[in-house]
Design a protein around this ligand. Structure first.
Ligand SMILES: [Zn+2]
Ligand SMILES: [Zn+2]
Length: 375
């Protein structure tokens, strides 16, 4: 093969005096570019293999010194066959460079051990009034429970799972596959035991050997007063059962608070609008605004201004953490007649004439109760 005799420095594109760092960097760049999982160039595999071989030699000070002085022949003389390098060390190189994920599989064998169960998610929808007062909702979840018959090991009562002879209980096996390197070794879940490291010879009849049983459950969940839309309530241990005796996961109930028409929620504060006619605003009026627990009556004083905000302290949402309750902000809108008959027009004109400019200027005491928080 002609390409096999190319100079290692040339292959990596570095000077003969290149530092270890430069060599590493050059190989890293080439490997990213040429890796057969990534590159589509027809000669990528061959060039990748070449680059790997060059790196295998030049990254090792002893081999590099041998190569510098005696070339490939010198390496062969010292028992190193170019291109026939240790696949284990090569995969270590890739591990260090790219992380295990580059090859899709971790290499460490891991014995199957108790695992925590997965979390389960559920959604509950409540009205604003329920969020205001606190409530209890029922959620339905399908969760894996440890099989009571076998206690979770999947073996028929009276029998025990045996260690898998294929993987020796490790749950993973080394697989040798043909690749661009010739052979490539990777570790994969044991095909015989599916990574469990053990074999159940007489599966439990109740769970078919799974050790867990899916169960539909209804759970009552207390929703605390003041909960916000989208918040999650965690119920520890109500998720899926763990494997091999591991602890169960948690149940997360996401609470959706339905908006209530006419009410805007801003944290613990609520906002609603009160509509007054022009004359009500001038004379004062008893109005009702929507509240989370039904309508709220409030008396607006004579001279109430459009856009003013009447704050009902402590009438907003309760604080989820037991702090101060929010406020209810009542935003005043004033309706002005759009159509007047000639007679009405005359009356308004008479009124206008009798109202001096002073009638429109409030004294501070009068509006002291009205806090304008318009943003
Ligand atoms: Zn069972
Ligand atoms: Zn196995």
């Amino acid at each position: 093969m002609a390409t096999a005799e190319r100079d290692y420095y040339e292959i990596l594109g570095v000077e003969r005096g290149a530092s270890d760092g430069e060599i590493k960097k050059a190989f890293r760049r080439l490997a990213r570019e040429l890796h057969p999982d990534v590159s589509e160039a027809p000669d990528a595999e061959e060039r990748f293999r070449e680059a790997a071989e060059a790196y295998e030699v030049l990254s090792d000070p002893e081999r590099r010194a041998t190569y510098d002085r005696f070339g490939r022949e010198g390496l062969r003389g010292r028992g190193f066959t170019p291109g026939d390098f240790d696949l284990g060390s090569l995969s270590d190189i890739f591990g260090a460079f790219f992380g295990e994920a580059f090859f899709g599989q971790g290499r460490q064998a891991s014995r199957a051990r108790p695992g925590r169960g997965a979390d389960v998610a559920a959604v509950a929808e409540i009205a604003l009034a329920d969020a205001f007062a606190g409530s209890r909702v029922t959620v339905s979840v399908r969760v894996a429970r440890t099989c009571a018959s076998c206690g979770g090991d999947g073996a028929e009562p009276g029998t025990r799972p045996v260690t898998c002879s294929t993987c020796g209980g490790a749950g993973r096996v080394q697989q040798v596959s043909q690749s661009v390197f010739g052979q490539f070794v990777r570790s994969a879940a044991c095909p015989r035991c599916d990574g469990d490291g053990r074999i159940v010879e007489s599966p439990c009849a109740a769970c078919d050997g799974a050790g867990r049983i899916l169960e539909d459950r209804s759970l009552d969940v207390d929703v605390p007063a003041g909960i916000a839309d989208g918040q999650r309530i965690r119920l520890r241990g109500e998720g899926h059962a763990g494997s091999l005796g591991g602890p169960p996961g948690d149940l997360f109930v996401q609470v959706h608070v339905r908006p209530q028409p006419g009410i805007e929620r801003d944290g613990d504060d609520l906002h609603a609008a009160a509509e007054l006619t022009m004359t009500q605003a001038a004379l004062g009026a008893l109005v009702t605004v929507p509240g989370p627990e039904g309508e709220i009556e409030l008396e607006l004083p004579a001279g109430t201004q459009p856009g003013s905000v009447h704050v009902l302290e402590g009438r907003g949402m309760p604080s989820l953490h037991g702090g101060r309750r929010g406020d209810m902000h009542v935003h005043v809108r004033v309706r002005v007649p759009r159509v007047l008959t000639p007679a009405q027009r005359e009356l308004v004109e008479q009124l206008d004439a009798s109202l001096g400019e002073g009638a429109y200027h409030a004294d501070d005491g009068f509006f002291g109760r009205l806090r304008n928080v318009f943003r």
